[in-house]
Design a protein. Structure first.
Length: 467
């Protein structure tokens, strides 16, 4: 019955007032983001369908290999974005517009020069191996690297909207507009018989990034934030720099874990296994579709609840979100295992060979889903270093599995490494979350369905203060 009442809250209390603005409530915003991301999921699949049909398995492998490097080079944008989400939520809670303005100036200035420098240095590792991947590496590499600053700035802009609880606008631009433009580009090239190459696909992606970034700048005034170009205090800058370093390392580990199998496959074997693994990975990501939504929508709320030391509210929020995540993930995982071969055949006969890869990745993502939003809970509670430590262990595990198994099993070995890391750090962090905060994130943990029992949390909170 409690979940029926939760649904009634979604339908009845759609908005709450905050500083004179009608901001969507968390529950209604989650539904908005869900509906938008359903469309985004369809467009993402359509985009990959058009790309695989247009490029073929080899050129598609080149495309995703270069994108893997670009994503790694844009890691500072991810770390800065997480910081912006947290600090924007804090600034709005405290009504401290000066802190927000100083943080935005500092983050924009730093991310601009860092992304430019990383894009320049990124040409070296890509050029080193590109000759084995494509006959014309120069254009594809340059177009891919040109997108690094735009990816970082887009992440930063989207983080401001997330921190302001306008996640639906972030999802609209990132999940609908961006893949829709890329799908239109690939579909148009396929329809009109334009020559297929990784460079052409990366050029379309760069154009989509620019359009999305312009859209963010046009929508920014709707947040009601008074942005003055001012400098933060030395103490604030020091705090931001320290947090940004930890968050960038954390995001870096996550991103490298996700992209490492692609990089090792490209270096050891070639573009075809890269294509098989990448497509299977994108399809397996549908298992954690709701997890991504909950991560985006609950992050600012968790930061505010932690600032108020409201453990009861955090537990209730996590319980609701994990139930919703699991209700989606388990049926989708079973469907992909049963009908995976048929689904892969949509993208071309060559991709059916990726079915074993898909099954292994789906198992890993199912564990990821049923343990809930562990990472965001710990990060928004200021425990990002703990998350970083366990994700670093997962990175080492992924590297060891991939190095040992890829020469034997190819893309299936890469999938095994990725799934092993997923299972390890999710279980380890679930244990740490309960030990540190007294919060249960998965069904098998104590106190998951308890709504008012905060005795464990209070004891742990007092213990943490003593230490």
């Amino acid at each position: 019955m409690r979940y029926l009442s939760f649904l009634a809250e979604i339908l009845h209390n759609r908005f709450h007032e905050e500083k004179g603005l009608r901001t969507p409530s968390l529950a209604f915003q989650t539904v908005q983001v869900f509906v938008t991301r359903i469309g985004g999921l369809g467009l993402a699949l359509l985009s990959n369908l058009a790309l695989t049909r247009w490029l073929g398995i080899s050129a598609y492998g080149e495309f995703v290999y270069i994108l893997a490097w670009v994503t790694i080079l844009a890691i500072p944008g991810e770390g800065m974005g997480t910081l912006v989400v947290r600090e924007t939520a804090f600034a709005r809670r405290r009504e401290d517009e000066a802190a927000f303005a100083g943080m935005m100036r500092w983050s924009l200035t730093n991310i601009a020069w860092m992304s430019a420098v990383l894009a320049l240095f990124g040409f070296v590792p890509l050029s080193f191996h590109a000759g084995g991947l494509t006959a014309r590496p120069g254009a594809a590499i340059l177009l891919g690297l040109a997108g690094v600053p735009f990816v970082c700035l887009q992440t930063l802009a989207g983080s401001v909207f997330r921190g302001s609880r306008r996640v639906e606008l972030t999802v609209l631009l990132n999940e609908i507009v961006s893949p829709g433009l890329l799908a239109a580009w690939a579909g148009g090239c396929l329809l009109f018989g334009i020559g297929a190459s990784a460079a052409m696909a990366l050029g379309g992606r760069l154009a989509a990034l620019i359009v999305v970034l312009i859209s963010y700048s046009l929508l920014l005034p709707r947040l009601g934030l008074h942005w003055r170009w001012q400098t933060g205090s030395p103490a604030q800058v020091t705090d931001w720099r320290t947090s940004m370093l930890s968050l960038t390392l954390l995001k870096g580990v996550n991103t490298i874990v996700a992209r490492l199998p692609v990089l090792i496959l490209g270096l050891m074997i070639g573009p075809e296994p890269v294509a098989l693994y990448s497509l299977a990975s994108r399809i397996a990501d549908t298992v954690v579709f709701i997890l991504y939504i909950m991560t985006m929508t609950t992050g600012p709320q968790l930061a505010e609840l932690h600032a108020k030391q409201d453990r009861r509210g955090m537990q209730q929020l996590i319980t609701h979100s994990t139930v919703a995540i699991s209700a989606w993930a388990i049926p989708v995982a079973l469907a992909l295992i049963v009908a995976g071969r048929w689904f892969l055949s949509w993208f071309g006969p060559s991709f059916v060979a990726g079915y074993p890869v898909l099954v292994v990745l789906v198992i890993g993502q199912t564990v990821n889903a049923i343990t809930g939003t562990i990472g965001v809970v710990l990060t928004m509670s200021g425990l990002e270093r703990l998350v970083l430590k366990f994700h670093s262990y997962g990175l080492a595990l992924t590297a060891a599995f991939c190095a040992a198994l890829i020469p034997v099993w190819g893309p299936v070995g890469a999938a095994a490494g990725s799934a092993a890391a997923n299972i390890f750090w999710n279980i380890a962090l679930a244990v740490q979350l309960y030990r540190r905060l007294g919060i249960s994130s998965c069904f098998c943990a104590p106190g998951f369905f308890r709504r008012g029992d905060t005795t464990k949390a209070k004891v742990l909170e007092n213990t943490n203060k003593l230490h």
